[in-house]
Design a binder for this molecule. Structure first.
Ligand SMILES: *Cc1c(COP(=O)(O)O)cnc(C)c1O
Length: 349
């Protein structure tokens, strides 16, 4: 059945083991992030067989189905409506709202567990976290008073909304918070979680400050990429998950539409380039499955555009014929949407 993604757990294992080793050399533990592939069972098995310390996902629905003996981490700040599930199905959650932490405490009390929290600090990227410069350290005292909550550590998230690249200057802000908490409350924070795949470049160059002892990695494991500079990492695989889609029409047609132009199928004004007649193929995959900008076309194939159910490409040679499948490598967003589309078959090799 097409379209289909071909998933290679062995290549994933290679990427995972490589980065775990690199992290280990720097005393950094790893939370492997499974949200991009919807906590796919075969890929979770890879994590179970690896030395990765934690498995993390942003959604409780994914976490519920993960079979593992490793601690499970909820990455997205919990919704009040899901606190009961959070304390039941996860060991650790990332948090930034005292109101939510109190609700987690009540929920944990009900089932008599201790739930661990990592307090998130916003160092300027402007997604989650207490804003570093206005954090009231007395918040820590409030958390200490909650009998069913344990402050497991602190963390930050960079290069997500604000595109802020990790740097010594930015990490210094987190170091100051760590020191002020530890000094004032005479405690030692177990986890200082320094970020995601955008911190890999600093890790590999040996530039990650030594107080950071944890990273949460998704993209670098699945596409072998560090995300601060968008560089491929050493020999890591960029094709753990690839897409195959079939050519359902192949004709020589003009490159420029004929007639009066208005809007496309999505109500957008488009621009078209007139390069004369081209070899034009339609593939049976569309925006409903994947954004065509997240596909990496093989040599001889140029992506022109897509609608809900069609991908249109220009074929620059006669390498492909009618009814052939074309194989695409995928960017992060492509894996994210394809792995969650029920219209796309999943094949393991
Ligand atoms: C998704 C996510 C990660 C992983 O990010 P990658 O760039 O895929 O490594 C880490 N932390 C949080 C809070 C996340 O939501």
């Amino acid at each position: 059945m097409y379209p289909r993604v071909i998933i290679n757990p062995k290549k994933y294992a290679y990427n995972v083991n490589y980065l775990i080793q690199k992290a280990k050399e720097k005393n950094v533990s790893i939370m492997a992030v499974s949200k991009v592939y919807g906590a796919d069972e075969e890929l979770i098995k890879v994590l179970n067989q690896s030395e990765v310390e934690f498995i993390a996902d942003s959604r409780i629905r994914n976490i519920k189905k993960i079979q593992t003996t490793k601690p499970k981490v909820l990455l997205r700040i919990p919704q009040i409506s899901e606190v009961d599930e959070v304390v039941k199905f996860t060991d650790i959650s990332l948090n930034s709202e005292m109101k939510t932490i109190k609700k987690l405490n009540e929920a944990a009390e009900k089932i008599n567990v201790i739930h661990k929290v990592i307090l998130m600090f916003d160092l300027g990227d402007l997604r989650e976290g207490f804003y570093y410069s206005s954090f009231d350290v007395e918040t820590i005292a409030e958390i200490s008073n909650l009998k069913h909550i344990k402050l497991f550590g602190i963390g930050t998230n960079l290069t997500c909304y604000g595109s802020v690249i990790p740097s010594l200057k930015t990490y210094q802000k987190l170091a100051l918070i760590k020191e002020s908490i530890e000094r004032k409350f005479n405690l030692k924070l177990k986890i200082i979680s320094g970020g995601n795949s955008s911190s890999i470049s600093m890790l590999l160059k040996g530039e990650l400050p030594s107080f950071i002892n944890n990273l949460r990695l998704g993209e670098s494991l699945i596409v072998g990429k560090e995300t601060a500079y968008q560089k491929q990492i050493d020999n890591l695989y960029d094709d753990v998950v690839i897409l195959e889609a079939k050519i359902i029409e192949l004709k020589i047609k003009p490159s420029y539409p004929e007639g009066e132009l208005g809007f496309d199928a999505f109500g957008r004004k488009q621009t078209y380039e007139d390069i004369g007649n081209i070899r034009r193929a339609s593939l049976a995959i569309g925006k409903q499955d994947v954004d065509h900008n997240d596909l990496i076309a093989p040599p001889g194939v140029r992506i022109i555009g897509s609608s809900s159910d069609h991908l249109i490409v220009q074929l620059e040679s006669d390498l492909y014929k009618f009814d052939d499948a074309i194989t695409f490598k995928l960017k992060y967003g492509g894996i994210l949407s394809l792995m969650h589309s029920e219209y796309v078959e999943k094949i393991y090799v």
